[in-house]
Ligand binder design. Structure first.
Ligand code: SAH
Ligand code: SF4
Length: 428
């Protein structure tokens, strides 16, 4: 979601006559667009701004901006945390940024827009050109935001406070954006929302929207993220099962396998509900790639709670996961609770859970060896070797092949690791 915001920021500035610098040392303006969902990301973003400040020795006129949900979170206090800040804008201000920048005339000036009101109207060109030149994934894939904000109140999460209440873009705007992108040559569409399953606009719910997006001529693959387990419906799984362009991939954040912790987190489902959902999803969508998010060390998490999580994670067998140590975020309900799991315990639990996910990911990848899978080439790695992605979202290295990004091919899977597969081209 943050990457998509960065694309929109860049698109708006390009539209206004700015050009992208090849590297920060050649820039007149540096924007750091950052997330504040976890403390680690906050420190990383502020550290980066401080480090970039050294460029002012050669370029004293350089302007610095902090944008996105971190800017919203820190407010004007951010000015005291970095040597210089000329611009501070939240996620709602993306479209207003070019105008705001015009009020900056020198390094002593400062402009701020933390108004959370988001603009849901279309913003296509020249973003598609920007996306083609600087693909987030590959030249064929584009993110499409379907909703902003979140109406849930997971106890640990700062998103609803920084990105505001949930608002859905209209189906007309979304479908027109997808049609436009396909005309520009994008064939893979990734629909974005904090909780796509609560999308609602007029008579549309998410399953219908997904189906209509998947039927647009020129669309070869559709993915979406994120699905909240409390709102995932059978109807959505049926749409996934029958839509030929809808990829067999589901990101379904579990967070914890202990009902007590899930209740304290305010997630609105039990471990058993989650387990049943997975059985249902795997039954309806054969070959499904299932990924998740997990938190270790939420306040009050006991060894027994953690064991329940570890057991469930092993039992389900995820294809991969984003795993985090809990960090208290100011303003959230959990921040009121004592952060009582010691850092070493959080870390040990994280290591264990990473071990369990790595094991199941490796096992599930090995099962694909020998299969012929459709790939879209996304780019080349550091060694110059191309890699592609399966419909399930798995990365496949294609050593020795000459393939340009965007190319569709079929590869036989010849090897598997926990994080990626290796393949050999069988059909161009
Ligand atoms: N809307 C998405 C999640 C967005 S945040 C959803 O509901 O699934 C992405 C992930 O960051 C969350 O799923 C959670 O695992 C993690 N996260 C959020 N707040 C956190 C915190 N305070 N400490 C640790 N991890 C956190
Ligand atoms: Fe945060 Fe929960 Fe909303 Fe996801 S659903 S953004 S975790 S409050």
């Amino acid at each position: 979601m943050n990457e998509r915001d960065a694309e929109r920021l860049a698109g708006g500035l390009l539209n206004d006559g700015w050009r992208l610098a090849k590297n920060p040392a050649e820039a007149d303006l540096i924007l750091v667009n950052a997330c504040s969902v976890r403390e680690k990301a906050v420190n990383h973003a502020l550290g980066r701004l401080r480090q970039l400040f050294s460029l002012t020795r050669k370029r004293p006129h350089l302007l610095f901006g902090l944008t996105g949900c971190l800017a919203q979170h820190l407010g004007t206090e951010a000015r005291g945390m970095v040597p210089r800040l000329n611009l501070l804008t939240g996620p709602g201000a993306i479209k207003r940024l070019p105008v705001l920048i015009k009020t900056l005339h020198g390094p002593d000036d400062f402009a701020v827009d933390l108004d959370p009101a988001v603009d849901l109207t279309p913003d296509f060109d020249p973003e598609s050109d920007y996306r083609s030149a600087h693909p987030a994934i590959g030249p064929h894939a584009a993110f499409v935001t379907i909703m902003e904000g979140c109406d849930n109140r997971c106890a640990y999460c700062v998103v609803p406070y920084l990105r505001g209440p949930e608002v859905s873009r209209t189906p007309e705007v979304i479908l027109a954006e997808v049609e436009y992108l396909t005309q520009k040559g994008f064939s893979e569409i990734i629909l974005l929302g904090q909780n796509v399953n609560s999308y609602r606009s007029s008579v549309y719910r998410f399953p219908r929207l997904l189906r209509e997006v998947s039927l647009i001529p020129g669309v070869r693959r559709v993915r979406f993220t994120t699905s909240h387990p409390k709102d995932l419906s059978r109807e959505l799984l049926e749409v996934m099962a029958t839509g030929s362009t809808i990829c067999e991939q589901l990101h379904l954040p579990l967070q914890s396998g202990s009902d007590r912790v899930l209740r304290a987190m305010g997630r609105g489902y039990t471990a058993e509900h989650y387990r049943k959902l997975v059985t249902q999803a795997r039954g309806l969508v054969p070959g499904l790639t299932l990924t998740t998010d997990l938190i270790t060390g939420f306040p009050g998490e006991t060894e027994e709670d953690f064991r329940l999580t570890l057991d469930l994670v092993k039992q389900i067998g995820f294809d991969s996961a984003f795993m985090f140590k809990y960090s208290p975020r100011p303003g959230t309900r959990a921040a009121e609770l004592p952060d009582d799991v010691p850092p070493e315990t959080k870390q040990q639990r994280l290591v264990k859970i990473i071990g369990a996910v790595t094991e199941s990911a490796f096992r599930r990848n090995r099962e694909l060896v020998g299969e012929a899978l459709e790939l879209v080439v996304e780019g080349t790695d550091r060694r110059g070797e191309p890699y592609g992605r399966t419909r399930g979202g798995k990365r496949v290295k294609l050593p020795g092949e000459l393939l340009r990004p965007g190319r569709v091919c079929v590869a036989e899977i010849t090897g598997a690791g926990p994080r990626s597969l290796t393949g050999r081209l069988v059909e161009a």
